[in-house]
Write a protein that binds this ligand. Structure first.
Ligand SMILES: *Cc1c(COP(=O)(O)O)cnc(C)c1O
Length: 382
């Protein structure tokens, strides 16, 4: 095979595999013909179906996952001067949501097993200004929620889960991501397991929190021009919700396909000593939004970036998700003192990479990825 295997390919539509297709196209056309393009029946139906699927009392549809973070933090009472504890290794909006409310994201190190917030390091970050612990379920692997919830209870804090990557991920084989804290947020941007183009959702069992989220989403309007609190326009369109309803129906099949691809990668890489395959807490916990490996750098003659460049030359697009946040200029004021405070996150950022695992990737392409990774690892050993 000579062509480039992309990390993600938005152009493979429609396909036989359970992904976007003609059903979604017709559903969007139907919404357009109905004339009710926003905050109509489809949004209400998508919310009800999503809440039922996740086992949450409420689901509140939002324009995108980052806005869902912003709205839930605001509904939890986060404002200027408050602090929100966020892992050092996540997508930027987990941290900038707090910044945009005038609050301070306080970065915590991760573990090198689940790649999520290390509960043992969180207590030292709690101050009188801390309002929320915001764990991320990175790559669809849930964070260590029992310990984080216990800490939050002891200090009177709220827990908001960033489940943007964790549709149908479970914690210890039990409850689903998004139902493990006071509230959870999801993203439906096209690289996620299910998509609405742009879209997000807040899940919660808390009636009052859900009501505040609905108010903030719609200008703080409690009725017709009854503006009760500061809000803005964070609404989802009915075109997006119509796509979401169909995607939600395919989510189990999409997840099964992810798990099948993951098993193929796991089996292929099991005997390769320079590759650390993804750790799992329980066999059915992770949704494999990303397939993230780490390199045993001590056993290699090259660094991770050279390794990725060699993969790229051989036609495989692999990437680092994500760089350490404490090194980002936008979070300069949130730095606890530099690399020494984030040993696991720094080690992750130097050694991790994610391989293509998008739903539409063919087995032949995956075989090419596997062969390329194994050949590259073999040729780079010390
Ligand atoms: C995708 C993602 C987001 C942002 O979601 P958008 O819908 O793109 O705004 C937030 N946090 C994490 C961990 C993500 O992966």
């Amino acid at each position: 095979m000579s062509h480039q295997i992309p990390f993600y390919d938005p152009h493979r539509v429609p396909l036989a595999k359970p992904w976007l297709g003609e059903e979604e196209a017709s559903a969007v056309a139907e919404v357009v013909r109905s004339g009710m393009l926003c905050q109509g029946e489809k949004v209400a139906a998508f919310e009800a179906a999503f809440a039922a699927k996740m086992g949450a009392r409420h689901a509140v549809a939002i324009a995108n996952g980052s806005a869902a973070l912003l709205v839930s933090l605001e509904a939890m009472g986060v404002g200027p001067g408050d602090e929100v504890i966020v892992p050092d290794m996540t997508f930027i909006s987990t941290a900038t949501a707090a910044l945009r409310l005038g609050a301070k994201p306080v970065l915590g190190d991760i573990t090198l097993s689940d790649h999520n917030l290390d509960p043992d390091r969180v207590e030292a970050l709690i101050s009188p200004r801390t309002k929320v612990i915001l764990p991320v379920h990175y790559a669809g692997q849930t964070a260590e929620m029992d310990a984080l919830r216990a800490l939050a209870a002891r200090h009177g804090l709220k827990v908001l889960e960033d489940a943007a990557e964790a549709h149908l991920a479970r914690y210890r084989g039990g409850a689903l991501a998004g139902c493990l804290g006071d509230a959870g947020i999801f993203s439906f941007t096209p690289t996620k397991l299910m998509t609405t183009g742009e879209g997000g959702m807040i899940t919660t069992d808390d009636d009052e929190l859900a009501a505040r989220c609905r108010l903030i989403r719609n200008f703080g309007d409690a009725g017709k021009f009854d503006w009760q609190r500061s809000g803005f326009n964070y609404r989802m369109t009915d075109m997006a919700a119509a796509i979401g309803l169909l995607q939600l129906g395919k989510l189990d099949a999409i997840l099964a396909e992810r798990r099948r691809k993951t098993r193929r990668y796991d089996e292929a890489f099991a005997g390769e000593p320079v590759l650390v395959t993804p750790w799992v807490r329980g066999p059915e916990d992770c949704n494999y939004q990303l397939y993230t490996l780490r390199l045993e750098l001590n056993a290699l003659a090259i660094d991770r970036d050279t390794f990725l460049a060699r993969l790229q030359e051989a036609g495989v697009s692999a990437r680092l998700y994500y760089p350490a946040l404490h090194r980002q200029g936008v979070l300069a004021a949130s730095r606890a003192g530099g690399d020494a405070d984030f040993p696991a996150s720094v080690a992750f950022a130097a050694s991790a990479f994610s391989l293509p695992i998008f739903t539409q990737m063919t087995d032949a392409e995956q075989d090419h990825v596997i062969a390329t990774v194994l050949r590259t690892a073999d040729g780079a050993r010390r």
